[in-house]
Design a protein around this ligand. Structure first.
Ligand code: HEM
Length: 503
């Protein structure tokens, strides 16, 4: 992916290895934003090809090459600040039994972040890969900063060297300025052994992945992210089956129906493998370590009780910036592969009916709205307006799409707009085998959600009962009980089964 980075920004050794494309070549043109189209005067080189949705044939929503692991020298100050903060093993502010040395180490690192220069992001905008890495570095730094601030502060102030570039990058990427699933999973991996990708094995092996960045440096944390990464890679076969079924649905004759029937059974098998990969997280990630040492780092602005507003200092210095409204932390509910399965099978309207918000409150966002779209620009002393405005009800699934890379969000929207949805084809057909195959796929999704409920019980409810950390941690995104929410999704999905047909 480094070939996406302007050469002038690369250290000489990397630039030397690159294939040089002349600036006028169409491959050198920036890829237009699928949501807003090409900039005025630029040709539209986009197509509906998977490439434009950043979906790779072999790695799906993960990039086909290991993600950029370090920004070019211009932004080295960010990389070093994050690296040093992680190496210092800073403790969560609410970790019991902290020593004065622990607290001093945190204050020292926070002061260093406040003293960083406000680095420009203009050149980052030349490359999607650079922007992604910029978002990753600054959001990891953000959570490290916020979650080590003293507990008695009534509001959590994010200093300009962190807040301004983060807001600018996030605005460009149309992402919330918080840690997302893509920062912890999709763009946070490297190969253990360098194995060249070939036609025979075009994606990294599931056991050849490691993580670049971890809060705790533990195997538990790495395995937590890697279990999702493996699901992403295994899910590629599900995406291929979906594509094949969409092609067959277009033809729609008797042979096509037979093929769709067999593809639906194959899809059920792949979903079964995803379920197994999810349950395998238990082999490498200890529930108590997850609950007490890992999960608290992810907490967004809506998880604190009492709520302590996040204040992005210096926001008013750039009139194009808006007060963020979406500040939930990362979770695998932001994985496009699971959304794609739900949407393709027409199960999303059951699993994530709009009343299943996962919230004590309803949300401001929708999948089509910008994550930072809200009120007028406000001053740095204005708290984030996350709290308590009456807002339209939006399903959790729709809300989590706001946290996905925008091309993946566009892919899901494209999938939702399929003119020949598979569920309609099945319900309109009198072919019992087809209906059975469809129900087999829905049942597999239900089994996936059953397993997910078990995982949430093991990783959140169980350790929460031991009371080592505040009960707060039992809550999910938005503050309601996590287990109640995932159970309700599991129960709702049952509604997508077609009646009077064997599964
Ligand atoms: C230790 C592992 C995991 C834990 C503790 C866990 C926990 C949770 C929690 C608490 C929620 C509720 C969202 C919130 O309120 O924040 C959630 C939602 C969700 N998670 Fe997980 N999760 C785990 C692994 C996974 C994996 C591997 C996937 C799939 C890649 C996944 C997919 C989802 C989905 C799709 C949702 C949205 C609700 C739904 O559609 O069922 N989770 N998860």
């Amino acid at each position: 992916m480094s070939s996406d980075i302007p050469q002038s920004l690369l250290p000489q050794s990397d630039a030397g290895e690159m294939v040089v494309i002349s600036p006028g070549h169409f491959l050198a043109l920036p890829r237009p934003d699928i949501l807003t189209g090409p900039p005025a005067g630029a040709p539209d080189t986009s197509t509906v090809a998977a490439h434009d949705f950043d979906v790779d044939n072999s790695t799906g929503f993960m990039p086909p090459q290991p993600p950029l692991a370090r920004l070019p020298p211009l932004w080295e100050a960010w990389e070093l600040a994050l690296e040093d903060g992680l190496a210092a093993k800073l403790q969560l502010a609410d970790k019991p039994d902290q020593s004065d040395t622990d607290r001093n180490r945190a204050r020292h690192w926070q002061a260093r972040v406040r003293e960083l220069p406000v680095l420009p992001v203009t050149q980052l905008k030349e490359s999607e890969v650079l922007l992604r890495r910029g978002h990753l570095v600054l959001t990891w730094m953000l959570h490290l900063y916020i979650r080590t601030l003293p507990l008695d502060l009534p509001e959590l102030r994010i200093p300009p060297p962190l807040s301004i570039p983060l807001l600018q990058i996030s605005s460009h990427l149309q992402l919330p300025p918080v840690l997302t699933y893509s920062d912890t999973v999709l763009y946070n991996w490297a190969l253990i052994k360098h194995v060249p990708l070939t036609i025979a094995s075009p994606a990294p092996a599931l056991d050849n992945l490691r993580c670049n960045t971890l809060f705790t440096g533990t195997r538990d944390e790495a395995e937590f992210y890697l279990s999702s990464a493996r699901i992403e890679l295994r899910g590629v076969q599900a995406l291929s089956l979906m594509r094949a079924m969409m092609d067959e649905a277009f033809v729609g004759d008797a042979i096509a129906i037979q093929r769709i029937t067999s593809y639906l059974h194959a899809l059920a098998g792949v979903i079964g493998e995803l379920t197994k990969l999810m349950l395998d997280v238990r082999e490498g990630c200890d529930p108590n370590v997850f609950f007490n040492d890992i999960r608290p780092w992810f907490r967004g602005a809506d998880s604190d009780s009492p709520r302590r507003p996040w204040i992005f200092e210096g926001l008013e210095s750039d009139p194009s910036l808006k007060e963020p409204t979406e500040l939930s932390g990362p979770n695998a509910g932001q994985s496009a592969v699971i959304h794609a399965l739900d949407i393709f099978l027409g199960a999303d309207r059951y699993s994530h009916a709009s009343h299943v918000t996962g919230h004590g409150r309803s949300s401001s966002a929708s999948a089509s709205s910008s994550p930072s779209s809200t009120s007028s620009p406000s001053s740095s002393s204005t708290p984030s307006p996350l709290a308590d405005k009456p807002k339209p009800s939006v399903s959790f699934l729709a809300r989590m799409q706001v946290y996905m890379p925008r091309h993946h969000r566009a892919f899901l929207r494209h999938l939702s707009a399929d003119p020949r949805p598979i569920r309609n084809l099945v319900t309109e057909s009198s072919d019992t085998s087809l209906k059975e195959a469809y129900n087999a796929a829905i049942s597999a999704l239900k089994v996936f959600r059953d397993a997910h409920v078990r995982i949430v019980a093991i990783y959140i409810v169980g350790p929460g009962k031991k009371g080592a950390r505040p009960q707060e941690e039992q809550k999910g995104t938005g503050g309601t009980s996590a287990i109640t929410f995932v159970k309700s999704v599991r129960d709702q999905i049952q509604g997508a089964l077609l009646p009077d047909v064997e599964a």
